[in-house]
Write a protein that binds this ligand. Sequence first.
Ligand code: GLN
Ligand code: ZN
Length: 754
Amino acid sequence: MAKVFSSNLGYPRIGEQREWKRALEKFWSGKISEKELLEETKAIRLEGLRKQKEKGIDLIPVGDFSLYDHVLDTSVTFGVIPKRFQEDDTRTQLETYFAIARGTHDAVASEMTKWFNTNYHYIVPEFNESKPSLKENRPLSFYKEAKEELGIEGKPVLLGPITFIKLGKGYEDKEFPSIVQEFLPLYIQVIKELKEAGVKWIQIDEPIFSTALTQEDLEQAEYVYETFAKEIPEINIIIQTYFESVDSYETIVNLPATAIGLDFVHGNSLDLLSKHGFPKDKILAAGVIDGRNVWRQNLNHQFGLLESIGNIVDKERIIVQASSSLIHVPVTTESEKTLDPVIKDALSFADEKLDEIALLAKGFGSGKEAILLEIEESVNAIEALNHSDYRKQTDANPAGSLNTDRKLPFKERISIQKEQLQLPLLPTTTIGSLPQTAEVRRERLKWRKGDITDQTYEEYIQSEIKKWIDIQEEIGLDVLVHGEFERTDMVEYFGEKLDGFLVTKFGWVQSYGSRCVRPPVIFGDVSFDKPMTVKESVYAQKLTEKKVKGMLTGPVTILNWSFVRDDISRFDVLDQIAAVLRLEIEELEKNGIKIIQVDEPALREGLPLKVEKWNQYLQRAVNAFKLATASVQNSTQIHTHMCYSDFQDIFEAISALDADVISIETSRSHGELISTFEENTYDKEIGLGVYDIHSPRVPSKEEIKANVNRALQTIPVSQYWINPDCGLKTRQEAETIAALKNMVAAAKEIREVQ
Ligand code: GLN
Ligand code: ZN
């Protein structure tokens, strides 16, 4: 018998019912004070800690909590504050923090981008702007808080220097070592103070180790961790990796630290372990419960996995944990009161995963007999769902003989479309959603509760559509949208309408800042019930002479932003979704919709971390998009849209989608994207977002003109569209109208000089 430790890497910040989001938004709108915000969020944080303790987790993370983003927390801790936010000295520290994330009337927010292959977004550190210095020891204050308030001996979590610096910008590759050198003493100070306060264990997150690193980077990693070991030998450091197996296994596991954390759910860590072994003097923190999915795990399998690991590493040297932080899954299935028990029983959110972790640790330490009953329960729950009617489709992949190529190549169909659509040069449009006011949300809530009838709700949605068709005409936009007022979220909406999906009540996860998404759960075979978007699109089109774009979420995005069943291949699920969207697109076309946008904002983020897996993913993703869109007439124009990303890597795939028009979020990556188009020729139509929609700031006409003119130096004017960065649903009406007016005015002025 041995005591095997259980550990958690990070706990959801948002509270069981998104209390966190509400507190933040109340503060931003001036309804509560800074003090009240701090009190409310402290209560949420302590509740999470209390639960972890109650569930018997041995190593409870502290300092993983955040009021916006943990990368931004790290930046601010080290005084990495862009100059444009340093000038106003009337701001409190917290106001500066939010200013960097959200922008102010006179300073654009820092860039925001996706955290590895997840839908969580972090704020990109800007390193060229200020000399770093330690501003506050955040992990230390959280450690003290947990100890004082709950008697928890927490494990502070730090974002590791290699990952932190690699994720930032404002320096050239060759400057990497000198930046590391700048931060090293600051990290050492933080860790020393932790040690002095009595901390035994710290977790240093280095997810960048799961991506491909250069020899130079690895040398820096060795240098950093050797320095830590030399300067602060008395503290137990866990170097934590996740989301994939590590690339340079032998270097990473031999870094000087007490423990190395590896992901045994994604990638091939077990093979690497079997092949190369594990240092005798180290502890292996083994991520055996999936931190990225919502399914209960077959504890028999996971126990077997632990045994296989135990064949190579002494049991006493193994820590049982999830594969990653649990911020990527909802808080608890307890809140879901109305699910079919067959499904609910097969689900596991953060709190339930902690139970699974604690259980496995117990069983692994004291013998399998101790947990036989629970193992059996997990196996039965999974079997029950697998054998249910929900998973009956014999042929998992419906793609079969469906064509994936448009009837004519782009060059030929675009002239047919131009002829038909009669749009001006540099057509203006928006990305789809228009402001969702409190009133829209209130009406939807009333309808959900049954306080108003379907018909009343539908009439209300129609009145919003009509109001905004009029506004768009008045503004002078060329291609209109219906506004997506009937949708809370671009994936959830489809999840509610399709068979095989379920939408939870409180299954929220943080996406960026206070914004949370509620990914639908794909639990069974996906099939088409009835048209999902035709009514609203057709209604909008009847109100205007101008063209209204049909608006759908693409197959890759639906897949990537859902929690996907894990009993068949994700690619088969992808094709099931694509086949269903194809039917929807055919319905829209049949009903007179001439332009159909199929959004794929998640295409880039779904890219596997391992380069050797890219080809297969991209090929299947492109194929699914084409499967969904290829059956339309040549005259029907297919649009797609993508959010901020690094497009260099997927340029060919984007082109291979064969969409007639693409819009891409650009303005916040400060023009970097345009260089991609300098190096590659793109022959289809394109709109690079001309203003940032994440900030309430109204862009001036001149600013928009400058953005367009910059793009026109690279992209031929005949191919170019003018649109905002992304959907406008989070914006207020007045600022949206003002911004779009400036955008249309800018387009008109540029047209005149062409
Ligand atoms: N059509 C969607 C909207 O406008 C696109 C959102 C997105 O790209 N994330 O809201
Ligand atoms: Zn977008």
